[in-house]
Design a protein around this ligand. Structure first.
Ligand code: M6R
Length: 613
């Protein structure tokens, strides 16, 4: 999983490419590189580490040229090193390639190319692409170099297998770049006398908000004055631009120290925007195929990581509000387990990026099994949205921090709206209850705005506990997935050991890891299970735990008797409460990581979207 960028225009491409790479760094950041066509020579600068390292190196070389490509890498084949960084060259050094994805048949191709005399310098799968194009160029007849490159890339596209988005630049065709896409994202930014090729929109949003999302098998040629698109069969196709409504400011930090904290604070707006579309989109969904929705007998939710935790909450909603048996699977597991042939089944894939390979693989399997497919996704034009029959967009804006926050609460909100609509359609939710849920949903952004005010108190608490070795999170029912999410968030950004459990389970084993001073976070809003959570507090406290209770109005007094610290979160409908309860845990993860000096937005070993299996 990597980020690619290309520029053709009238300006020096170096700064455009470096700035674009900075915006793509969330996709991977173990090495980076650029190639600029300077006069008729390709100047390449590559370095291990983040884009800031590359920028320093590029400043020394100071390449000048109006055509260029760049890449930020997250290693899949070959360790992070200068030789393995992109762009990769052919033997002549006249052709360079950047790539995101995996070339599955690269070993066979490499052997063949070696036998033909090509010399490889890296351990990557990407380098075969450069040599294969070189080989095809040598055997291609054409009226001119541009046509020759086009034909050679087209041929190469048919020879490589796997998932890939590729950018190609040749020294003999200045002012021209080629992009190819199969199962990895690739988008073109359509500017005025300049065009961009990128893995994602933020890479060029500063320069243009007109985008062309490539479909699988498509190839695109970028020149300063225009873009030509070809379908999988090589036929020219009309370029249809999509207007991106995000502005650059939305895609940037907006004055916060990190994207993670900014995105936590984005949540009231994110919920507002998501709900605005939920109202129209789900109504449309119901209007369009109400009969089919009424007939639904099973739901399979498929997702990874944080999105999986949202799915776990969704199961409670769909079963309670719509009465539909719902299973939740980790996408990586769904793909490889036997799924009995259920009738009238809807598979819902939840994904912020829409590019998670496991999720895409699993939903494709669901499709093959004949299930209807729905994506809950945040990225317009992403692969998942194109694979699924329908998509509900969580309009929470670009989420840049690797640790997902606003996408999570928007996903849960969407699932609630969906469950209520399904319940209304199949009669499991009465009109009166539906109205009550709708009212609570409308109030949710305001409740969230109140909840984010908790930062100061949570921050203060972290001073006391941030050095603890291990953190425990406990919850029940709809708040059990929040315990899992609280633990995941903390692990991701602070590298601390953290575990989430169903509170009723600790006595069956996990209680043995509680020691003197172990911070234990209890998700215990007022309601049916409050008393049970009070008992869990006592059990943990008796083992020396430092107990932090997260409750709602009315629970404070009793919580204080069994906990060392109590936080009160605004109260909403019991089912919606997890959306607010997770917020103090997001702040907790952020502040512990900050006090420990961790790289919050780009934690070690992680990348924002995992586009490989
Ligand atoms: O883009 P997706 O929602 O499909 O990503 C799924 C997971 O990789 C993601 O939620 C991951 O767990 C995040 N880093 C969580 O903060």
């Amino acid at each position: 999983m990597c980020g690619i960028i290309g520029y053709v225009g009238e300006n020096n491409s170096t700064s455009y490419i470096i700035n674009g790479l900075k915006k793509l760094e969330y996709r991977g950041y173990d090495s980076a590189g650029i190639s600029i066509l300077q006069d008729d020579k390709i100047v390449t600068v590559r370095s291990v580490g983040k884009v800031a390292e590359l920028e320093k190196a590029a400043l020394q070389v100071n390449p000048q040229g109006t055509t260029g490509i760049g890449h930020t890498r997250w290693a899949t084949h070959g360790r992070p090193s200068e030789e393995n960084s992109h762009p990769h060259r052919d033997c002549s050094g006249e052709l360079v390639v950047v790539h995101n994805g995996i070339i599955e048949n690269y070993l066979t191709l490499r052997d063949k190319l070696k036998k033909l005399g090509h010399t490889f310098k890296s351990e990557t799968d990407t380098e075969v692409i450069a040599h294969l194009i070189e080989e095809n160029l040598a055997h291609t007849r054409a009226a001119n170099d541009e046509e020759k490159l086009l034909k050679a890339v087209q041929k190469t596209n048919g020879q490589i297998a796997g998932a890939f988005a590729i950018g190609v630049m040749w020294a003999r065709t200045p002012g021209m770049l080629i992009g190819v896409k199969t199962q990895s994202p690739l988008v073109v930014g359509l500017g005025k006398k300049e065009n961009f090729l990128a893995s994602d929109v933020p890479a060029f949003l500063q320069h243009t908000n007109k985008a062309l999302f490539l479909e699988d098998g498509e190839m695109v040629v970028l020149r300063t004055d225009g873009v030509t698109l070809f379908d999988a069969s090589g036929k020219e196709k009309k370029v249809k631009a999509t207007k991106i409504s995000w502005d650059q400011k939305t895609a940037e930090k907006g004055g916060y120290a990190h994207f993670m904290i900014k995105e936590i604070y984005d949540q009231p707006q994110a919920l507002e925007d998501t709900l605005r579309t939920a109202r129209t989109d789900f109504a449309k969904l119901l209007g369009v195929d109400e009969k089919a929705l009424r007939a639904l007998r099973n739901i399979h939710i498929i997702a990874c990581g944080t999105a999986y935790h949202a799915g776990l909450v969704g199961k409670y909603y769909l079963e309670q509000l719509a009465g539909i048996p719902t299973s939740v699977d980790l996408a990586s597991e769904y793909k490889y387990r036997t799924i009995p042939p259920f009738e009238k089944t809807l598979a819902i894939a939840i994904s912020q990026s829409g590019e998670t390979a496991d999720t895409i693989g699993a939903i494709k399997k669901a499709k093959k099994l004949g299930f209807g497919t729905l994506a809950i996704c945040n990225v317009l034009g992403s692969t998942l949205t194109r694979v699924c029959d329908g998509t509900f967009f969580t309009h929470c804006g670009p989420e840049i921090s690797v640790a997902s926050t606003k996408a999570f609460t928007s996903q849960i909100t969407s699932l609630f709206a969906l469950a209520a609509c399904l319940g209304k359609a199949n009669g499991h939710t009465s009109e009166a209850d539906f109205e009550k849920y709708a009212k609570n949903l409308v109030r949710l952004p305001k409740d969230m705005a109140q909840t984010v005010k908790m930062e100061y108190d949570v921050r203060h608490l972290t001073r006391k506990i941030y050095k603890a070795d291990r953190f425990i999170f406990l919850g029940r029912n709809v708040n059990f997935p929040i315990a899992l999410e609280g633990a995941l968030k903390l692990k991701e950004v602070s590298y601390r050991s953290a575990e989430g459990f169903a509170a009723g389970e600790i006595k069956h084993g996990p209680i043995s890891i509680i020691d003197k001073g172990t911070p234990v976070f209890m998700l215990m809003p007022q309601g049916e299970l409050f008393e049970k959570m009070l008992s869990a507090c006592q059990e943990c406290r008796a083992r020396g735990a430092y107990v932090v209770a997260i409750t709602t109005k009315g629970g404070e007094k009793q919580a204080k008797e069994v906990a060392d610290k109590v936080f009160v979160v605004p109260q909403t409908d019991d089912l919606l409460q997890p959306i607010l309860n997770v917020v103090p845990l997001q702040f907790l993860a952020y502040w512990i990581a900050k006090r420990l000096g961790c790289d919050i937005d780009q934690p070690r070993n992680l990348a924002k979207s995992v586009t490989v299996e």
